[in-house]
Write a protein that binds this ligand. Structure first.
Ligand code: T3D
Length: 265
C-alpha cells in the first residue's frame, strides 16, 4: 500500500512505515502527520500487525517540522506553533508511547528537531552509524518539543540533555548508543537486515505481554516503588491469563519452542 508521504508495507506481522519526502529530508507536513497517525492507528487495531518499524526514505530519517509550512509570524493561519504541537506532534508521541505493539525506529540518516524526538519516542531505536541526532530547535530559537524535554533527561541525564538542547550539535549514532539514548548503532549496510531480524523476532513474540511491559516501564517514570509493585501485580495477572503465557509456560515444560499468537484472550 502506498500513501503519498508515508509508505506502508505489511508482511509477516511487520508493518513498515517509511516517511517519504526524501527531497525535503522527510520534514513533517500536516499531510504527513495525518497519514502517519492513520497508519499507526490501523496497525494498532490490526491483529495481523505484531510490530511496527518506522524509518525514512533517502538520506535522512526526518528533519522535523517542515519550516516552509510554518509560515511567518504575520500569517495567523500558520504561525501558532502551539496548536501544531497540540493537534499533530503531541497526539503522535502519545500514540507511539501507548501503541500496544512494539515500535522499532530505524534511523537511516539525520534525525533533526521533532524528527529526532519522534525517533526517540519509539521503543527500540536502531541507527545507521552515519546517522546523527540533532536537537535543532535552539538554532531557530525554539524549544525541544515532541517529548524531547521529557525523554532526553530520562535517557541521558539533565546535564547531557541541556547540552544537546542548548548547543544543538549533532550527536553521532555511536555516541547516542554509548550515552544510552538509543538501543544500537549499526553499520549502514547492515541496518535494514538487523532491523528486519529484530522485527521478525518481535513479530513472533507474545505481543500482549510486550504491550503490558511497555505500559509498566512508561508508568515507572512517575510511580513510587510501592505503586509500581502494585502495577506489576495487576499487569502480571493480565499477562498470566493470556493465551501466550499459557503457551509459553506449556512450551517450556514440554521443552519445545513456543508458538505465540499475540492475542490478549
Ligand atoms: O512551529 C512548529 O511547528 C513547532 C514545531 C517544531 C518542530 C520542529 O521540528 S522545529 C525544528 C525544525 N527542523 C530544523 O530546524 C532542521 C532544519 N534542517 C536542517 O538544519 C538541515 O537540513 C539538516 C541539518 C537537517 C541537514 O542539512 P543538510 O545540509 O544535509 O541538508 P539541507 O541542504 O539543509 O536540506 C536538504 C533539503 O531539505 C533542502 O531543500 P532544497 O534546498 O534542496 O529544496 C532543505 O531546505 C530541505 N529541508 C531540510 N530540513 C527542512 C527542509 N525543508 C523544510 N523544513 C525542514 N525542516
Amino acid at each position: 500500500m502506498r500513501g503519498k508521504t508515508v509508505l506502508i508495507a505489511e508482511s509477516g506481522g511487520i508493518t513498515r512505515l517509511t516517511l517519504n519526502r526524501p527531497d525535503k529530508l522527510n520534514a513533517f507536513t500536516m499531510e504527513m502527520h495525518g497519514e502517519l497517525r492513520a497508519a499507526l492507528e490501523a496497525a494498532n487495531a490490526s491483529p495481523d500487525c505484531r510490530v511496527v518499524v518506522l524509518t525514512g526514505a533517502g538520506r535522512a530519517f526526518s528533519a522535523g517540522q517542515d519550516l516552509a509550512e510554518v509560515g511567518g509570524p504575520t500569517d495567523p493561519a500558520t504561525s501558532d506553533a502551539g496548536s501544531r504541537l497540540e493537534s499533530a506532534y503531541n497526539p503522535l508521541i502519545r500514540l507511539i508511547a501507548s501503541l500496544e505493539k512494539p515500535v522499532i525506529c530505524a534511523v537511516n540518516g539525520i534525525a533533526a528537531g521533532a524528527g529526532a524526538n519522534v525517533a526517540l519516542a519509539c521503543d527500540l531505536v536502531f541507527a545507521a552509524r552515519s546517522a546523527s541526532f540533532l536537537q535543532a530547535f535552539a538554532r531557530i530559537g525554539l524549544v525541544p518539543d515532541s517529548g524531547g524535554t521529557w525523554t532526553l533527561p530520562r535517557l541521558v541525564g539533565p546535564a547531557r540533555a541541556r547540552g544537546l538542547a542548548m548547543l544543538a550539535e549533532p550527536l553521532s549514532a555511536e555516541k547516542a548508543e554509548a550515552w544510552g539514548l538509543i538501543w544500537k548503532a549499526v553499520d549502514d549496510d547492515k541496518l535494514e537486515a538487523e532491523v528486519s531480524a529484530v522485527a521478525g523476532k518481535l513479530a513472533a513474540a507474545a505481543t500482549y505481554g510486550l504491550a503490558l511491559s511497555k505500559q509498566a516501564i512508561a508508568a515507572s517514570s512517575t510511580n513510587t516503588l510501592a505503586r509500581q509493585l502494585d502495577l506489576e501485580r495487576d499487569l502480571q495477572r493480565l499477562a498470566a491469563a493470556s493465551p501466550d503465557a499459557r503457551e509459553g509456560i506449556g512450551a517450556f515444560l514440554e521443552k519445545r519452542p513456543p508458538r505465540f499468537t499475540g492475542r490478549k484472550s
